[in-house]
Design a protein around this ligand. Structure first.
Ligand code: OSB
Ligand code: MG
Length: 354
């Protein structure tokens, strides 16, 4: 199958979060994101979302920088090209260093377009199975509000809750929360907030009962992560450190973690992500799909990713109404009894208000 790209449009959307999202690194109050629409010569449309933030707190990329790279560098490389497979988009980008979030915005749109050309839901196109996707919510609030937010999440049906932590976190409070909800799977995410100096604080979290601890140290801290994996019983999970397949190989070689968070933005799109999934599968590294305070376009791609048979841990999948008064997709993405149903429509399966 081949198709010719005849139009590429960018749309910056900006919406306030219902409540500020506080991490060790940043408090996010407003989310800006770039939607990408790719149209082929037959008028079929594919959608992607560039998930960089307004400022470079999570990765080095930003909305303004990505808009420049997309419009001035990546769009000209793809425009009017005839592609035989979606993998070819990534190949056309090889001369462009880094800028993986910008690349993913357009690359994922091309995967959606190919799925639609084949008349398949994206989850089927990528080899996934139609199963209910377990939802997962993130509690990124001050400690005094944490227990109440967990309680609300559980009341809304969530069975996986991720708590944002840092070296100063109240360990007894965390343990109390985890023990109060025995049926709930608790993840912890430090966003690299720990260091060599606070290593002991991390060890002290081993008794809390987290199913895993995500990214305790900075993205380059392979040896500290390896030490934590060796000294702790709680599985160590890497998020920011995993920028490409070589980083996954490094995690394996250095025994620097047990679990990998998949984020298509951080990895540059579907092509690299599929390679990472295959490498993790062959090495028995557990995987789950991470969120980026995404709008519905990114979340729809993520749901297709989570449908792959080897992805067994619940990801960051909250209801459209958790962050947004109004999402950019129709229908909105709904969590029902702790699960999200995959759309059976073609491509990402949602109408995008572009
Ligand atoms: O570290 O996982 C992270 C959101 C933005 C940037 C980084 C992270 C997050 C989350 C996921 O924790 C939130 C979500 O979208 O559900
Ligand atoms: Mg994380």
């Amino acid at each position: 199958m081949e198709l010719t790209i005849s139009d590429i449009e960018l749309l910056v959307v900006k919406k306030p979060l219902k409540t500020p999202f506080k991490t060790a690194l940043q408090s996010v109050k407003v989310r800006e994101s770039i939607l990408v629409r790719v149209t082929d010569a037959d008028g079929i449309e594919g959608y992607g979302e560039c998930v960089a933030f307004s400022t470079p707190w999570y990765t080095e990329e930003t909305v303004a920088g990505c808009h420049f790279v997309l419009s001035q560098v990546l769009v000209p490389l793809i425009m009017n090209k005839t592609l035989e497979s979606p993998q070819q988009a990534d190949e056309l980008f090889t001369a462009v260093k880094g800028n993986r979030m910008a690349k993913a915005g357009i690359e994922t749109a091309i995967w959606d377009l190919f799925a639609k050309r084949q008349g398949l839901p994206l989850w089927k196109f990528v080899g996934g199975i139609n199963k209910p996707i377990p939802a997962g919510i993130v509690v990124a609030a001050d400690e005094e509000n944490m227990a109440a937010q967990v309680e609300a999440a559980v009341a809304n049906g969530y069975r996986r809750v991720k708590l944002k932590i840092n070296p100063g976190s109240d360990k007894d409070l965390l343990k109390e929360i985890v023990e109060r909800f025995p049926g709930i799977l608790f993840f912890a995410d430090a966003n690299g907030g720990f260091s060599r100096e606070t290593f002991e604080e991390l060890l002290a979290l081993d008794f809390v009962g987290f199913a895993l601890i995500e990214q305790p140290f900075g993205e380059e801290e392979w040896l500290l992560h390896a030490r934590a994996k060796k000294e702790m019983k709680t599985p160590i999970c890497l998020d920011e450190s995993i920028r490409n397949i070589d980083d996954v190989q490094r995690l394996i070689d250095l025994e620097a973690g047990d679990v990998v968070v998949l984020k298509m933005g951080r990895l540059g799109g579907w092509n690299e992500t599929m390679k990472v999934v295959e490498l993790c599968r062959t090495h028995d590294i557990a995987m789950w799909v991470g969120g980026m305070i995404d709008f519905g376009v990114s979340k729809a791609h993520n749901l297709a990713l989570a449908s792959l048979p080897d992805i067994l841990l619940p990801g960051d999948f909250s209801d459209s109404g958790h962050f947004w008064q109004e999402d950019v997709v129709e229908p909105e993405i709904r969590v029902v009894s702790g699960e999200i149903s995959l759309s059976i429509e073609k491509g990402i399966g949602y109408h995008v208000n572009f």
